[in-house]
Design a protein around this ligand. Structure first.
Ligand code: NAD
Ligand code: DAO
Ligand code: ZN
Ligand code: ZN
Length: 370
Protein backbone atom coordinates (compact mmCIF):
# COMPACT_ATOMS: atom_id res chain seq x y z
CA UNK A 1 0.00 0.00 0.00
CA UNK A 2 1.19 3.52 -0.65
CA UNK A 3 -0.30 6.99 -0.69
CA UNK A 4 -0.56 8.86 -3.95
CA UNK A 5 -1.71 12.32 -4.86
CA UNK A 6 -4.49 11.99 -7.38
CA UNK A 7 -7.24 14.03 -9.01
CA UNK A 8 -10.49 12.19 -8.27
CA UNK A 9 -13.65 12.60 -10.35
CA UNK A 10 -16.25 12.07 -7.62
CA UNK A 11 -19.23 12.92 -9.82
CA UNK A 12 -20.00 13.69 -13.45
CA UNK A 13 -19.90 17.38 -14.25
CA UNK A 14 -18.02 18.40 -11.09
CA UNK A 15 -14.40 19.61 -10.92
CA UNK A 16 -11.79 17.03 -10.01
CA UNK A 17 -10.66 17.00 -6.37
CA UNK A 18 -7.08 16.44 -5.28
CA UNK A 19 -6.93 13.62 -2.77
CA UNK A 20 -4.45 11.39 -0.99
CA UNK A 21 -5.42 8.08 -2.52
CA UNK A 22 -4.35 4.71 -1.18
CA UNK A 23 -2.87 2.55 -3.92
CA UNK A 24 -2.71 -1.20 -3.27
CA UNK A 25 0.32 -3.25 -4.34
CA UNK A 26 0.31 -4.76 -7.83
CA UNK A 27 -1.10 -8.29 -7.99
CA UNK A 28 -0.20 -11.13 -10.37
CA UNK A 29 0.64 -9.75 -13.82
CA UNK A 30 0.32 -6.14 -12.62
CA UNK A 31 2.75 -3.25 -12.44
CA UNK A 32 2.98 -0.16 -10.22
CA UNK A 33 3.93 2.89 -12.27
CA UNK A 34 4.97 6.36 -11.08
CA UNK A 35 3.46 8.76 -13.56
CA UNK A 36 5.88 11.58 -14.39
CA UNK A 37 3.60 13.50 -16.73
CA UNK A 38 0.18 13.21 -18.34
CA UNK A 39 -1.63 15.06 -21.06
CA UNK A 40 -5.29 16.02 -20.73
CA UNK A 41 -7.30 14.78 -23.73
CA UNK A 42 -10.81 15.68 -24.80
CA UNK A 43 -11.87 12.12 -23.95
CA UNK A 44 -11.17 12.84 -20.27
CA UNK A 45 -13.49 15.85 -20.50
CA UNK A 46 -16.07 13.79 -22.35
CA UNK A 47 -16.16 11.18 -19.60
CA UNK A 48 -16.17 13.80 -16.87
CA UNK A 49 -19.11 15.52 -18.57
CA UNK A 50 -21.29 12.43 -18.08
CA UNK A 51 -21.73 11.82 -21.85
CA UNK A 52 -19.68 8.60 -21.80
CA UNK A 53 -21.88 5.50 -21.53
CA UNK A 54 -19.01 3.73 -19.78
CA UNK A 55 -18.36 6.66 -17.45
CA UNK A 56 -18.38 5.48 -13.87
CA UNK A 57 -17.73 7.46 -10.68
CA UNK A 58 -15.82 7.98 -8.47
CA UNK A 59 -12.89 7.40 -10.79
CA UNK A 60 -9.36 8.56 -11.46
CA UNK A 61 -9.31 9.74 -15.08
CA UNK A 62 -6.30 10.28 -17.35
CA UNK A 63 -4.96 8.11 -20.16
CA UNK A 64 -2.12 10.05 -21.85
CA UNK A 65 0.77 9.39 -19.50
CA UNK A 66 4.44 8.60 -19.27
CA UNK A 67 6.04 7.03 -16.23
CA UNK A 68 8.57 4.79 -14.54
CA UNK A 69 8.03 1.26 -13.24
CA UNK A 70 8.24 1.32 -9.42
CA UNK A 71 7.24 -2.27 -8.57
CA UNK A 72 6.05 -5.41 -10.30
CA UNK A 73 3.63 -8.10 -9.16
CA UNK A 74 4.26 -11.85 -9.36
CA UNK A 75 4.76 -13.28 -12.83
CA UNK A 76 5.62 -9.99 -14.55
CA UNK A 77 8.45 -10.61 -17.02
CA UNK A 78 8.33 -7.98 -19.76
CA UNK A 79 9.04 -4.87 -17.65
CA UNK A 80 11.27 -4.29 -14.63
CA UNK A 81 11.70 -1.64 -11.94
CA UNK A 82 13.18 1.52 -13.49
CA UNK A 83 11.85 0.92 -17.01
CA UNK A 84 10.22 3.88 -18.72
CA UNK A 85 6.71 3.12 -19.94
CA UNK A 86 3.66 4.58 -21.65
CA UNK A 87 0.32 3.27 -20.30
CA UNK A 88 -1.96 1.78 -22.96
CA UNK A 89 -5.72 2.12 -22.88
CA UNK A 90 -5.67 -0.29 -25.79
CA UNK A 91 -3.54 -3.14 -24.43
CA UNK A 92 -1.81 -5.84 -26.45
CA UNK A 93 -1.82 -9.36 -25.04
CA UNK A 94 -0.55 -10.93 -28.25
CA UNK A 95 -2.69 -14.01 -27.61
CA UNK A 96 -6.39 -13.17 -27.98
CA UNK A 97 -8.38 -13.66 -31.19
CA UNK A 98 -8.16 -9.93 -31.88
CA UNK A 99 -4.38 -9.71 -31.39
CA UNK A 100 -3.85 -12.82 -33.51
CA UNK A 101 -6.14 -11.61 -36.31
CA UNK A 102 -3.58 -9.20 -37.71
CA UNK A 103 -6.60 -7.01 -38.56
CA UNK A 104 -7.07 -4.82 -35.49
CA UNK A 105 -5.34 -3.28 -32.49
CA UNK A 106 -8.41 -3.77 -30.29
CA UNK A 107 -7.07 -6.43 -27.92
CA UNK A 108 -9.96 -7.82 -25.87
CA UNK A 109 -8.00 -9.68 -23.18
CA UNK A 110 -9.07 -7.33 -20.37
CA UNK A 111 -11.86 -5.44 -22.11
CA UNK A 112 -14.72 -6.55 -19.84
CA UNK A 113 -13.14 -5.43 -16.57
CA UNK A 114 -11.43 -2.35 -18.07
CA UNK A 115 -14.80 -1.06 -19.26
CA UNK A 116 -16.12 -1.42 -15.71
CA UNK A 117 -13.26 0.55 -14.16
CA UNK A 118 -11.66 -2.51 -12.60
CA UNK A 119 -8.45 -4.48 -12.81
CA UNK A 120 -8.61 -7.89 -14.55
CA UNK A 121 -9.40 -9.68 -11.24
CA UNK A 122 -12.53 -7.53 -10.88
CA UNK A 123 -11.28 -5.28 -8.07
CA UNK A 124 -9.81 -1.79 -7.81
CA UNK A 125 -6.35 -0.82 -6.48
CA UNK A 126 -7.52 2.70 -5.53
CA UNK A 127 -9.34 3.82 -2.39
CA UNK A 128 -9.95 7.01 -0.41
CA UNK A 129 -10.70 6.57 3.31
CA UNK A 130 -11.58 2.95 2.64
CA UNK A 131 -14.00 3.76 -0.21
CA UNK A 132 -13.10 2.18 -3.57
CA UNK A 133 -12.36 4.46 -6.50
CA UNK A 134 -12.61 3.15 -10.07
CA UNK A 135 -9.82 2.97 -12.64
CA UNK A 136 -10.38 4.70 -15.99
CA UNK A 137 -9.52 3.23 -19.38
CA UNK A 138 -7.21 0.90 -17.50
CA UNK A 139 -4.72 3.74 -17.07
CA UNK A 140 -5.76 6.41 -14.49
CA UNK A 141 -2.83 8.68 -15.16
CA UNK A 142 -4.25 11.51 -13.03
CA UNK A 143 -2.70 9.68 -10.06
CA UNK A 144 1.00 9.97 -9.32
CA UNK A 145 1.04 6.21 -8.76
CA UNK A 146 -1.17 3.90 -10.76
CA UNK A 147 -1.43 0.16 -11.30
CA UNK A 148 -1.76 -1.41 -14.74
CA UNK A 149 -1.75 -4.88 -16.18
CA UNK A 150 1.63 -5.72 -17.75
CA UNK A 151 -0.09 -6.06 -21.15
CA UNK A 152 -1.10 -2.41 -20.95
CA UNK A 153 2.44 -0.99 -20.84
CA UNK A 154 4.70 -0.05 -23.73
CA UNK A 155 8.36 -0.07 -22.68
CA UNK A 156 10.14 2.85 -24.29
CA UNK A 157 13.63 4.28 -24.70
CA UNK A 158 14.79 5.93 -21.45
CA UNK A 159 16.29 8.77 -23.48
CA UNK A 160 12.81 10.01 -24.36
CA UNK A 161 11.51 12.94 -22.25
CA UNK A 162 8.42 11.57 -20.51
CA UNK A 163 6.92 15.06 -20.18
CA UNK A 164 6.68 15.16 -23.99
CA UNK A 165 6.28 11.56 -25.17
CA UNK A 166 3.33 11.14 -22.80
CA UNK A 167 1.37 12.65 -25.71
CA UNK A 168 2.10 9.47 -27.65
CA UNK A 169 -0.09 7.67 -25.10
CA UNK A 170 -3.12 9.00 -26.94
CA UNK A 171 -3.50 12.16 -29.04
CA UNK A 172 -0.47 12.26 -31.28
CA UNK A 173 -0.41 8.52 -31.97
CA UNK A 174 -4.17 8.51 -32.62
CA UNK A 175 -4.03 11.25 -35.27
CA UNK A 176 -0.84 10.07 -36.96
CA UNK A 177 -1.89 6.41 -36.84
CA UNK A 178 -5.35 7.07 -38.29
CA UNK A 179 -3.69 8.55 -41.37
CA UNK A 180 -1.05 5.84 -41.73
CA UNK A 181 -2.81 2.67 -40.55
CA UNK A 182 -6.53 3.28 -41.00
CA UNK A 183 -6.79 5.48 -44.09
CA UNK A 184 -3.39 4.55 -45.53
CA UNK A 185 -3.15 7.96 -47.22
CA UNK A 186 -1.06 7.87 -50.41
CA UNK A 187 1.36 10.52 -51.72
CA UNK A 188 -0.43 13.22 -53.70
CA UNK A 189 -3.74 12.78 -51.84
CA UNK A 190 -6.15 15.54 -50.88
CA UNK A 191 -7.11 15.32 -47.21
CA UNK A 192 -9.69 17.16 -45.05
CA UNK A 193 -9.27 17.23 -41.28
CA UNK A 194 -12.25 18.34 -39.21
CA UNK A 195 -11.29 19.63 -35.75
CA UNK A 196 -7.83 21.04 -35.11
CA UNK A 197 -7.22 19.96 -31.51
CA UNK A 198 -4.52 17.52 -30.47
CA UNK A 199 -5.97 14.75 -32.63
CA UNK A 200 -6.62 16.79 -35.77
CA UNK A 201 -3.21 18.49 -35.65
CA UNK A 202 -1.57 15.07 -35.34
CA UNK A 203 -3.53 13.95 -38.38
CA UNK A 204 -2.00 16.93 -40.18
CA UNK A 205 1.48 15.73 -39.20
CA UNK A 206 0.57 12.22 -40.37
CA UNK A 207 -0.71 13.61 -43.68
CA UNK A 208 2.51 15.56 -44.23
CA UNK A 209 4.49 12.38 -43.52
CA UNK A 210 2.27 10.52 -46.01
CA UNK A 211 3.14 13.24 -48.57
CA UNK A 212 -0.46 14.35 -49.05
CA UNK A 213 -0.47 17.21 -51.55
CA UNK A 214 -3.38 19.18 -50.13
CA UNK A 215 -4.26 19.19 -46.43
CA UNK A 216 -7.39 21.16 -45.54
CA UNK A 217 -7.89 21.95 -41.85
CA UNK A 218 -11.43 22.79 -40.74
CA UNK A 219 -12.37 24.34 -37.40
CA UNK A 220 -14.91 26.80 -36.01
CA UNK A 221 -12.18 28.33 -33.84
CA UNK A 222 -9.90 30.38 -36.11
CA UNK A 223 -7.27 30.55 -33.35
CA UNK A 224 -6.34 27.00 -34.37
CA UNK A 225 -5.42 27.95 -37.93
CA UNK A 226 -1.94 29.37 -37.38
CA UNK A 227 -0.66 26.23 -35.71
CA UNK A 228 -2.40 24.06 -38.33
CA UNK A 229 -0.60 25.93 -41.10
CA UNK A 230 2.67 25.73 -39.18
CA UNK A 231 2.32 21.93 -39.04
CA UNK A 232 1.54 21.63 -42.75
CA UNK A 233 -2.10 22.46 -43.53
CA UNK A 234 -2.20 23.95 -47.03
CA UNK A 235 -5.71 25.42 -46.57
CA UNK A 236 -7.83 26.30 -43.55
CA UNK A 237 -11.60 26.66 -43.58
CA UNK A 238 -14.01 28.01 -40.97
CA UNK A 239 -17.54 26.64 -41.54
CA UNK A 240 -18.87 29.80 -39.86
CA UNK A 241 -17.62 31.82 -42.86
CA UNK A 242 -20.01 29.96 -45.18
CA UNK A 243 -23.78 29.96 -45.42
CA UNK A 244 -24.08 26.51 -46.98
CA UNK A 245 -23.11 23.03 -45.80
CA UNK A 246 -19.35 22.79 -45.44
CA UNK A 247 -19.25 19.59 -47.51
CA UNK A 248 -20.49 21.58 -50.51
CA UNK A 249 -17.72 24.13 -50.01
CA UNK A 250 -15.08 21.40 -49.80
CA UNK A 251 -16.38 19.49 -52.82
CA UNK A 252 -16.18 22.70 -54.83
CA UNK A 253 -12.69 23.54 -53.53
CA UNK A 254 -11.36 20.10 -54.47
CA UNK A 255 -12.85 19.40 -57.91
CA UNK A 256 -15.32 16.78 -56.67
CA UNK A 257 -14.24 15.97 -53.14
CA UNK A 258 -11.33 14.84 -51.02
CA UNK A 259 -9.59 11.47 -51.12
CA UNK A 260 -9.61 11.14 -47.33
CA UNK A 261 -11.31 12.94 -44.45
CA UNK A 262 -10.92 12.64 -40.69
CA UNK A 263 -13.49 13.65 -38.07
CA UNK A 264 -11.56 14.67 -34.96
CA UNK A 265 -14.34 16.30 -32.92
CA UNK A 266 -17.01 13.80 -31.85
CA UNK A 267 -19.90 15.67 -33.51
CA UNK A 268 -22.28 13.43 -35.48
CA UNK A 269 -23.34 16.26 -37.83
CA UNK A 270 -19.71 16.93 -38.68
CA UNK A 271 -19.21 13.18 -39.23
CA UNK A 272 -21.84 13.44 -41.96
CA UNK A 273 -20.09 16.43 -43.53
CA UNK A 274 -16.79 14.56 -43.37
CA UNK A 275 -18.26 11.62 -45.27
CA UNK A 276 -20.10 13.73 -47.79
CA UNK A 277 -17.09 15.89 -48.68
CA UNK A 278 -15.36 12.74 -49.94
CA UNK A 279 -14.89 12.15 -53.65
CA UNK A 280 -17.46 10.01 -55.41
CA UNK A 281 -16.15 6.56 -56.27
CA UNK A 282 -13.26 6.37 -53.79
CA UNK A 283 -13.23 8.94 -50.97
CA UNK A 284 -12.83 7.51 -47.48
CA UNK A 285 -13.81 9.12 -44.20
CA UNK A 286 -12.38 8.08 -40.85
CA UNK A 287 -14.27 8.77 -37.62
CA UNK A 288 -11.88 9.42 -34.73
CA UNK A 289 -14.02 11.69 -32.53
CA UNK A 290 -16.10 10.07 -29.80
CA UNK A 291 -19.78 11.07 -29.85
CA UNK A 292 -22.04 11.27 -26.80
CA UNK A 293 -24.03 8.33 -25.44
CA UNK A 294 -26.96 7.39 -27.69
CA UNK A 295 -25.97 9.60 -30.63
CA UNK A 296 -26.18 8.16 -34.14
CA UNK A 297 -24.62 8.95 -37.50
CA UNK A 298 -26.71 9.55 -40.61
CA UNK A 299 -26.22 9.89 -44.33
CA UNK A 300 -28.05 8.83 -47.46
CA UNK A 301 -27.06 5.23 -48.26
CA UNK A 302 -26.47 6.36 -51.85
CA UNK A 303 -23.35 8.12 -50.55
CA UNK A 304 -21.88 4.67 -49.86
CA UNK A 305 -23.42 3.00 -52.92
CA UNK A 306 -21.53 5.54 -54.99
CA UNK A 307 -18.20 4.53 -53.55
CA UNK A 308 -17.57 6.58 -50.43
CA UNK A 309 -16.32 4.58 -47.45
CA UNK A 310 -16.94 5.20 -43.75
CA UNK A 311 -14.41 3.84 -41.23
CA UNK A 312 -13.44 4.35 -37.61
CA UNK A 313 -10.12 4.37 -35.82
CA UNK A 314 -9.13 3.75 -32.19
CA UNK A 315 -5.65 4.74 -30.98
CA UNK A 316 -4.72 5.16 -34.64
CA UNK A 317 -4.87 1.41 -35.20
CA UNK A 318 -1.55 1.21 -33.35
CA UNK A 319 -0.64 -1.94 -31.40
CA UNK A 320 0.78 -0.40 -28.29
CA UNK A 321 3.39 -2.83 -27.07
CA UNK A 322 4.84 -3.83 -30.43
CA UNK A 323 4.52 -0.54 -32.33
CA UNK A 324 4.45 2.41 -29.91
CA UNK A 325 8.15 2.17 -28.92
CA UNK A 326 8.95 2.77 -32.60
CA UNK A 327 6.91 6.01 -32.54
CA UNK A 328 9.08 7.13 -29.62
CA UNK A 329 12.22 6.29 -31.62
CA UNK A 330 10.94 8.27 -34.57
CA UNK A 331 10.29 11.23 -32.28
CA UNK A 332 13.84 10.95 -30.88
CA UNK A 333 15.17 10.84 -34.45
CA UNK A 334 13.40 14.12 -35.25
CA UNK A 335 10.69 12.72 -37.56
CA UNK A 336 8.11 14.91 -35.81
CA UNK A 337 7.98 17.33 -32.92
CA UNK A 338 5.76 17.51 -29.87
CA UNK A 339 6.53 20.95 -28.42
CA UNK A 340 3.92 22.68 -30.58
CA UNK A 341 1.21 20.58 -28.94
CA UNK A 342 2.18 21.49 -25.39
CA UNK A 343 0.59 24.89 -25.02
CA UNK A 344 0.38 24.69 -21.20
CA UNK A 345 2.09 22.82 -18.37
CA UNK A 346 0.94 22.80 -14.76
CA UNK A 347 1.03 20.86 -11.52
CA UNK A 348 -1.69 18.41 -10.50
CA UNK A 349 -3.27 21.00 -8.17
CA UNK A 350 -4.18 23.07 -11.24
CA UNK A 351 -5.63 20.23 -13.32
CA UNK A 352 -9.11 21.78 -13.47
CA UNK A 353 -7.55 24.75 -15.29
CA UNK A 354 -6.46 22.31 -18.00
CA UNK A 355 -10.12 21.38 -18.55
CA UNK A 356 -11.14 25.07 -18.56
CA UNK A 357 -8.45 25.92 -21.14
CA UNK A 358 -9.65 23.06 -23.35
CA UNK A 359 -13.30 24.14 -23.15
CA UNK A 360 -12.32 27.75 -23.85
CA UNK A 361 -10.43 26.61 -26.97
CA UNK A 362 -7.19 28.10 -25.61
CA UNK A 363 -5.05 24.96 -25.39
CA UNK A 364 -3.95 22.15 -27.64
CA UNK A 365 -2.57 20.03 -24.85
CA UNK A 366 -2.04 20.84 -21.20
CA UNK A 367 0.55 18.54 -19.66
CA UNK A 368 0.38 17.84 -15.94
CA UNK A 369 3.83 17.49 -14.36
CA UNK A 370 3.91 15.56 -11.08
P1 NAD B 1 -9.99 19.15 -28.73
O1 NAD B 1 -11.10 19.66 -27.89
O2 NAD B 1 -8.60 19.54 -28.37
O3 NAD B 1 -10.21 19.56 -30.25
C1 NAD B 1 -11.47 19.55 -30.89
C2 NAD B 1 -11.46 20.66 -31.96
O4 NAD B 1 -12.67 20.58 -32.68
C3 NAD B 1 -11.36 22.06 -31.38
O5 NAD B 1 -10.32 22.78 -32.03
C4 NAD B 1 -12.73 22.67 -31.69
O6 NAD B 1 -12.68 24.07 -31.92
C5 NAD B 1 -13.11 21.91 -32.93
N1 NAD B 1 -14.56 21.87 -33.20
C6 NAD B 1 -15.58 21.73 -32.28
N2 NAD B 1 -16.76 21.73 -32.91
C7 NAD B 1 -16.51 21.89 -34.23
C8 NAD B 1 -17.33 21.95 -35.40
N3 NAD B 1 -18.65 21.86 -35.32
N4 NAD B 1 -16.71 22.09 -36.60
C9 NAD B 1 -15.36 22.20 -36.70
N5 NAD B 1 -14.54 22.14 -35.62
C10 NAD B 1 -15.10 21.98 -34.42
O7 NAD B 1 -10.14 17.55 -28.73
P2 NAD B 1 -9.05 16.40 -29.02
O8 NAD B 1 -8.34 16.07 -27.75
O9 NAD B 1 -8.28 16.75 -30.23
O10 NAD B 1 -10.05 15.17 -29.30
C11 NAD B 1 -10.87 15.21 -30.44
C12 NAD B 1 -11.86 14.05 -30.44
O11 NAD B 1 -11.14 12.81 -30.59
C13 NAD B 1 -12.66 13.90 -29.15
O12 NAD B 1 -13.96 13.46 -29.49
C14 NAD B 1 -11.94 12.78 -28.42
O13 NAD B 1 -12.79 12.12 -27.51
C15 NAD B 1 -11.57 11.90 -29.59
N6 NAD B 1 -10.48 10.94 -29.40
C16 NAD B 1 -10.59 9.76 -30.05
C17 NAD B 1 -9.58 8.82 -29.97
C18 NAD B 1 -9.68 7.53 -30.70
O14 NAD B 1 -8.82 6.66 -30.50
N7 NAD B 1 -10.65 7.35 -31.57
C19 NAD B 1 -8.44 9.11 -29.22
C20 NAD B 1 -8.36 10.35 -28.58
C21 NAD B 1 -9.38 11.27 -28.69
O1 DAO C 1 -12.26 -2.76 -27.53
O2 DAO C 1 -14.36 -2.34 -27.44
C1 DAO C 1 -13.19 -1.99 -27.30
C2 DAO C 1 -12.95 -0.57 -26.82
C3 DAO C 1 -11.57 -0.11 -27.09
C4 DAO C 1 -11.39 1.28 -26.60
C5 DAO C 1 -10.84 2.15 -27.65
C6 DAO C 1 -11.20 3.53 -27.34
C7 DAO C 1 -10.90 4.47 -28.45
C8 DAO C 1 -11.70 5.69 -28.41
C9 DAO C 1 -11.73 6.35 -27.09
C10 DAO C 1 -10.92 7.56 -27.04
C11 DAO C 1 -9.57 7.34 -26.50
C12 DAO C 1 -9.01 8.34 -25.69
ZN1 ZN D 1 -7.13 10.61 -25.50
ZN1 ZN E 1 -5.08 -9.43 -27.17
Amino acid sequence: MLKSRAAVAWEAGKPLEIEDVTVAAPKEGEVLVRIVATGVCHTDAYTLSGADPEGIFPAILGHEGGGVVEDVGPGVTSVAVGDHVIPLYTPECGKCKFCLSGKTNLCQAIRATQGKGLMPDGTTRFSVNGKGVFHYMGTSTFSEYTVLPEIALAKINKAAPLEKVCLLGCGVTTGMGAVKNTAKVEPGSTVAIFGLGGIGLSAIIGSVMAKAERIIGIDINPDKFEIARQLGATDVVNPKDHDRPIQEVLVEMTDGGVDYSFECIGNVDVMRSALECCHKGWGESVIIGVAGAGEEIRTRPFQLVTGRVWRGSAFGGVKGRSELPEYVERYLNGAFELDTFITHTMGLNDINRAFDLMHEGKSIRSVILY
